[in-house]
Design a protein. Structure first.
Length: 635
């Protein structure tokens, strides 16, 4: 019996029990039967939970790209690996076969090596959603370079901080990118970032928008002429199971972004396994995840997961609203998409528009629909289920994180009965627990608590780049011996999990994890600002939006407040990126603080959410009178 594919509920429970009772045997069999290895492992896993040290498939030798491409060539060489759907629907889509993908990746790998990139070097990739992005990621992994993809919506300041943190030797970018009816000059952003990035030796520039860009002699090179000269054959580097595969930055509550490090073999095994099961992928399916490769969703479920399974995966350059709000449904019809994976933010935005945008398309090719990025609210769940899935496609509401590498809790289509807003049951190998404030495990059902994972899994991040102590403190100190997800959760009467949101100072806005600390730091740089505090509040489209409480310096009091709000948001857009702009900015004379100086964010959160009273005990505050003042001034 294959462990790889779960076929029914009885099979799920059998596999799950086996994965918990005999995790070594369970993962050994999956890894052994479904992947190509240069050398087998000595041990399936070993770990020291106190030091947060984890190893999977110890001493195994492998290359993930050989598993994504090379091993498929005999059977699937002519099969489409990637469908590139451009931003402009008038532009023809590209169908890139596995043979073609091999040649493109081999050429890029040879270009990287010719420019001095070797195993262990860090390469920053700052590209729009074009084929070169996928090819660059895979080429890095093929030669053993560590890729660090930065979402092409981030500012020059955010880009330079990520480059400097991991000391990238090269950046791969493009002249520009299309986003709806906008053109973004990415090379100009890179040029600004590189004013303060001494580690970068080379910049490779792909052509996409034909923008006029500056090329710095000796540093910048157009990519296409180098690819034209490169040979289309390359022998993949032999990698150790625990060699770093990529660094991906995620917001932290302490200000500095965290460079999460994912390693090779465990990530490969887990993303492939979860892709196959969560999306019920079959040989001739066409799978589409609408995320950007700049996020973990794109790494795991646009590229690695699908390609490891020999799938056809869609790469979409555009946005759901361009040229109009039927674009998603047009693409599904055009390519006969069978699995569709998107964010609640997109669903809510589309649900606000006329239902006629969806009604014009039968969407009969769909067999599974999925949700990712944040907990989906009930109204969006039903709209998605009814109008996109036609009440016949299972809706997989997936819960996972940048840190987890792969999906942790999710229904399995045609196996797990779905329940609106519930991520449902853990995947095999995942052992979730709910913890109370006294660090005790909460037994039984119909309970809520802090969501932790009590046993390691293959795709977990191994460390924070350059700061293992921070990794240990962030994820393994709150509940010793367990991985703390930072989320709260509810477990219902049958054991289904519903994620209730963050319990720390990271807010999920439009599916993006935004740390409050870097935004507050940026606001506080404004010459008129004395202090600020950011909280999230419910938003119909974004899920959450950002509400800022700002204390002005005396010099700012007499300024026009609307102008100040615009200046603050422009500063945030410039320093961090437009996704971090505030929806509401309220100017206040003070913030509710404890006597030790800690801002009581729960009070600000309740005010932002529109709560009139019920602020709990505020007598411990240094300035309890400020609560009423802030409440009266709420926007």
């Amino acid at each position: 019996m294959s462990y790889y594919k779960i076929n029914d509920l009885e099979n799920y429970f059998k596999m799950y029990k086996k994965s918990v009772r005999e995790p070594r045997k369970f993962w050994d069999k999956i890894a052994d039967e479904n992947f190509s290895w240069y050398q087998r492992w000595d041990k399936v896993f070993e770990f020291d939970i106190e030091e947060a040290q984890f190893k999977w498939f110890t001493n195994a030798k492998v290359n993930i790209v050989k598993n994504c491409i090379d091993r498929h060539l005999n059977k699937r060489g002519d099969k489409t690996a990637i469908i590139f759907e451009p931003n402009n629907p008038e532009e023809e889509a590209q169908h890139i076969s596995y043979n073609d993908l091999y040649a493109r990746v081999a050429k890029m790998a040879n270009v990287l090596k010719s420019q001095g990139i070797k195993k262990g070097d860090r390469v920053c990739i700052y590209l729009p959603m074009i084929p070169e992005l996928a090819v660059a990621v895979l080429a890095c992994a093929r030669i053993g370079a560590i890729h660090s993809v930065v979402f092409a919506g981030f500012s020059s300041s955010a880009l330079s901080s990520r480059i400097n943190d991991s000391q990238c030797k090269m950046i791969i970018t493009s002249d520009g990118g299309f986003r709806g009816n906008k053109t973004i000059n990415l090379k100009a952003i890179v040029d600004e970032a590189l004013k303060d990035c001494p580690s970068v030796e080379k910049v490779l520039v792909a052509k996409r928008t034909n923008e006029n860009v500056s090329i710095k002699e000796g540093r910048d090179l157009w990519l296409q002429p180098l690819l034209d000269e490169a040979i289309d054959n390359h022998v993949a580097e032999i990698m150790d199971a625990e060699d770093p595969l990529f660094i991906l930055y995620t917001s932290g509550s302490t200000g500095k972004p965290k460079g999460m490090v994912h390693t090779t073999a465990g990530y490969m095994v887990y993303t492939a396994y979860t892709f196959k099961n969560v999306f019920n992928y079959e040989e001739n399916d066409i799978y589409w995840c609408t995320a950007d490769i700049g996020w973990i969703t794109g790494h795991s479920y646009i590229l690695y997961g699908p390609l490891l399974n020999g799938a056809t995966t869609v790469m979409f350059e555009g946005v759901p609203s361009y040229p109009d709000f039927s674009r998603f449904w047009q693409v599904i019809e055009k390519h006969k998409v069978t699995q569709f994976y998107t964010a609640p933010t997109a669903i809510r935005a589309l649900a606000k528009e006329s239902i006629d945008y969806v009604k014009g398309f039968p969407l009969s090719s769909l067999k599974v629909i999925g949700s990712v990025g944040e907990p989906i609210n009930e109204e969006a769940w039903h709209w998605y289920n009814d109008h996109v899935g036609g009440k016949r496609c299972p809706l997989v509401d997936t819960w996972w994180q940048t840190e987890t590498g792969g999906i942790m809790i999710s229904p399995i289509p045609f196996v797990t009965p779905t329940k609106p807003t519930y991520a449902s049951l853990p995947l095999p190998g995942i052992q979730p627990v709910l913890m109370d404030e006294l660090r005790n495990e909460i037994e039984g059902n119909q309970v809520t608590g802090s969501l932790c994972i009590k046993f390691p899994w293959p795709s977990m991040a191994r460390t924070i780049w350059g700061d293992h102590e921070r990794y240990k403190q962030t994820y393994f100190s709150a509940f010793p011996g367990k991985y703390f997800t930072g989320d709260g959760a509810l477990r219902d009467e049958v054991g289904y999990y519903r994620i209730t949101g963050r319990v720390d100072d990271v807010i999920i806005v439009s599916g993006h994890n935004l740390g409050t600390a870097p935004i507050e730091d940026t606001i506080n740089e404004h010459p008129a600002v004395a202090e600020s505090a950011i909280v999230g509040f419910p938003h119909d489209v974004k899920g959450n939006a950002l509400y800022g409480f700002v204390i002005l310096k005396e010099s700012g009091e007499s300024r026009n407040h609307d102008n100040l709000r615009n200046e603050i948001n422009n500063l945030i857009a410039d320093k961090i990126g437009p996704i971090s702009k505030l929806d509401k900015i309220q100017f206040v004379s003070g913030l509710p603080k404890t006597r030790s100086g800690k801002i009581m964010r729960r009070i600000l959160r309740k005010i932002a959410e529109g709560e009139d009273g019920n602020f709990g005990d505020i007598t411990t505050l240094l300035n309890p009178e400020i609560v009423e003042e802030i409440k009266k001034g709420k926007l």
